[in-house]
Design a protein around this ligand. Structure first.
Ligand SMILES: *Cc1c(COP(=O)(O)O)cnc(C)c1O
Length: 659
């Protein structure tokens, strides 16, 4: 921890400008190193072993982790652009997906060996986490050696799982609301050699299952999802507990057992399932739930259910900020800790009752799918950060307020910055009320506002060196930041950032050997003030601004959003009609890499058709209007041709801006 603290100290020192540097050119200091960038953006913390920085200052990707092979992300993006694949672009690394799957299985294998657990691990991937066909197909293929299965949470997801999974012995866990058709489809798939387990989540499903089984003369494998009283914490805490949306309460579990027994189907009940929420950041929460679930499991065995499977659900977390803490964007345990706890806890509970241990099932989605994709987008422009101009000494003719403000500006020091700030705010407020009453000219008001911002910046330069930032000065950093306008829709590509303030690591993928001297927040293409990112990962808590480089004219500036491979794609929406981004699948080869699949992003025609517009009709409408305008001589023939050309061309194009 000491080392970490110290690193953070260094980082602050390295990036903040010396006091008063807003007024003079910063004194030349030691050359910025890629190690400093690595620390600043905490890449090791969240990206190891897949992401790092090379000597050219570019982000590199090692999709197979420590097993070798890496590629330069910046160069990859450049070569994709040469292939006419514009930004924003989602780059998928199937090798990362494979590595994540291997790791999870290896952790359980180690835990099973370590505790002499006499049963296997059969994980499943929850399809809802990322339903894209290429990804699910890859997962099924990579999972074959481990008999890795799929979890479906709805009827359409069941259809995907049934048609895609072709691994003998791998499980299809059938969760979610079910009707008779869902249940019969799952049961019938047993005839195709699948191993579906129908998890009873609502009491009504018990009767449906019994009726379907009698009708089809198929004996299904059934599970029950229990509502545990151990609560998850954080955002998805509501997934557990008595009031949770899914699952049976303990009395309901008992009544299901009773009903199945009367129907002579208690031997069908083989699995206990629980799910306490996603991104569980504290291992203690996992342990509490496990302990409770294990007792339910052994009791079910005692009641005569056949059992044999224990499904611990999802929740395995991701360290988005690399802090290894129980902060919501982090987790205080490793996958190995997790696997050890599951295996040890279950073994102990079964040993105490002298019953055989179950096959262990987990439904980790986030932990498998998050790392595999990187979203790259470019910055279109930036707003000027306020307070960067050097103020001029006011003359005797200037307004008294301006002169007083200038005194406050000059007096800023480590001893009085808080007082100076309050003075500056007061002078500025006074200026605005004078202006509103007609006693201050627009020019004077502009001078005062400009000086006010210079004053704030000077104060910020002092504050940045302080360990403790007073509450009233906390927003200074944000109000003095530049806005970076990004070629992206947050609603489409990072919806959780907007909807639930989820943090994702974001950083430039090049120029990392250059000091990022600006601080900015990100604003997206939509006309929605929520279309922004102004919370960034930090060792402690979150940062309101991100360290970025100033734009170089004529040069692109690429940012990468990492760890967004789970949930974001499917939850993205068409706000302002920005559609799916371009996507490519990259696989390493001994020579370099190949592009396995290219999935072109939506065109405007496609996006418009989702909202029922027909592009032919739209064009026809514009054509008729130009005809009329031509007759009225309101438009020239050239203009009308150009307008129609642009209109038709746009329809066939990507919804994002082309640089
Ligand atoms: C969403 C969900 C999962 C996946 O959870 P992660 O936290 O992404 O691993 C697993 N099981 C069920 C029942 C779910 O609803």
């Amino acid at each position: 921890m000491d080392a970490m603290e110290q690193h953070n100290g260094d980082t602050t020192k390295g990036t903040a400008s010396p006091t008063g540097s807003a007024l003079v050119r910063p004194v030349p200091r030691q050359r910025w190193t890629i190690e400093q960038s690595e620390e600043l953006y905490r890449i090791q913390g969240w990206g190891d072993p897949y992401f790092s920085i090379n000597a050219a200052g570019h982000v590199t990707v090692s999709p197979r982790g420590a097993r070798g092979g890496s590629l330069d992300l910046y160069e990859l993006v450049e070569s994709l652009k040469q292939r006419n694949l514009g930004l924003p672009i989602l780059i998928r690394f199937s090798d990362i997906l494979e590595d994540r799957l291997e790791r999870l299985n290896a952790c359980f294998a180690r835990a099973i060996a370590r505790y002499n657990y006499n049963g296997p691990y059969r994980g499943v991937f929850p399809v809802k986490c990322n339903q894209q066909r290429h990804l699910v197909e890859d997962l099924v293929r990579f999972g074959q050696p481990h008999q890795f299965g799929l979890e479906a949470g709805s009827k359409p997801e069941l259809l995907i799982a049934l048609a895609t999974l072709n691994t003998p012995g791998a499980l299809i866990i059938c969760n979610g609301y079910k009707d008779r058709e869902y249940i019969e489809t799952a049961m019938l798939s047993q005839r195709l050699g699948q191993t579906p387990i129908i998890v009873l989540e609502q009491l009504e499903e018990v009767d449906l299952v019994i009726a379907a089984s009698r009708h089809l003369k198929i004996r299904p494998i059934l599970g029950v999802r229990a509502k545990l009283s151990s609560k998850g914490i954080g955002r998805w805490g509501g997934s557990a507990g008595d009031r949770a949306k899914f699952g049976l309460t303990i009395p309901e579990v008992l009544s299901a057992v009773e009903t199945l027994k009367q129907a002579e189907m208690l031997d069908c009940l083989q699995l206990l399932h629980f799910h306490i929420g996603s991104q569980i950041s504290a291992i203690s929460v996992v342990k509490d739930a496990l302990r409770e679930a294990c007792q339910v499991y052994v009791e079910l065995v005692g009641l005569g259910a056949k059992m044999g499977y224990l499904d611990v659900g999802g929740g395995l977390g991701i360290d988005y900020d690399g802090s290894k803490t129980n902060f919501h964007a982090s987790k205080n345990y490793s996958t190995q800790n997790y696997a050890n706890d599951v295996v040890a806890e279950v073994k102990e509970a079964c040993a105490a009752r002298e019953i055989p241990v179950p096959t262990l099932v987990s439904e980790s989605g986030r932990a498998i799918a998050s790392h595999q994709s990187v979203l790259i987008f470019d910055v279109l422009s930036t707003s000027e950060a306020p307070g960067l101009t050097t103020p001029v000494l006011p003359s005797d003719e200037d307004h008294a307020l301006l002169r007083e403000l200038y005194d406050a500006y000059q007096s800023v020091s480590i001893h009085n910055y808080q007082e100076a700030y309050h003075d500056a705010v007061q002078f500025k407020d006074e200026a605005i009320s004078l202006f509103n009453f007609g006693y201050l000219s627009l020019t004077d008001r502009a001078k005062i506002e400009r000086l006010y911002w210079s004053c704030c910046r000077r104060i910020l330069d002092v504050v940045r060196h302080e360990d403790y930032v007073p509450d009233d000065l906390e927003n200074l950093e944000k109000s003095l930041a530049s806005i970076y306008y990004i070629n992206l829709s947050v609603f489409q590509s990072a919806p959780d950032s907007w909807a639930i303030d989820q943090l994702f690591p974001i950083l430039p993928i090049h120029r990392l050997d250059e000091e990022p001297t600006c601080r900015g927040t990100l604003a997206d293409l939509t006309c929605d003030s929520d279309g922004k990112i102004d919370q960034f990962i930090d060792l402690r808590d979150v940062k309101p601004v991100l360290e970025l480089h100033s734009l170089t004219p004529e040069q692109p500036y690429y940012l990468g959003l990492f760890l967004g491979g789970a949930y974001q794609e499917i939850m993205g929406n068409l706000h302002n009609l920005f559609g799916d981004t371009n996507t490519v699948h990259i696989q390493l080869t001994p020579q370099g890499y190949t592009i396995e699949h290219v999935v072109k992003g939506d065109t405007m025609t496609e996006v418009l058709s989702y909202v029922q517009y027909d592009s032919e009709d739209l064009i026809e409408n514009i054509r008729r209007r130009t005809e009329r305008a031509l007759q009225d001589k309101a438009i020239t023939l050239e203009e009308s041709q150009l307008l129609l050309q642009h209109y038709e061309h746009s329809l066939s194009r990507y919804t994002y801006l082309s640089a």
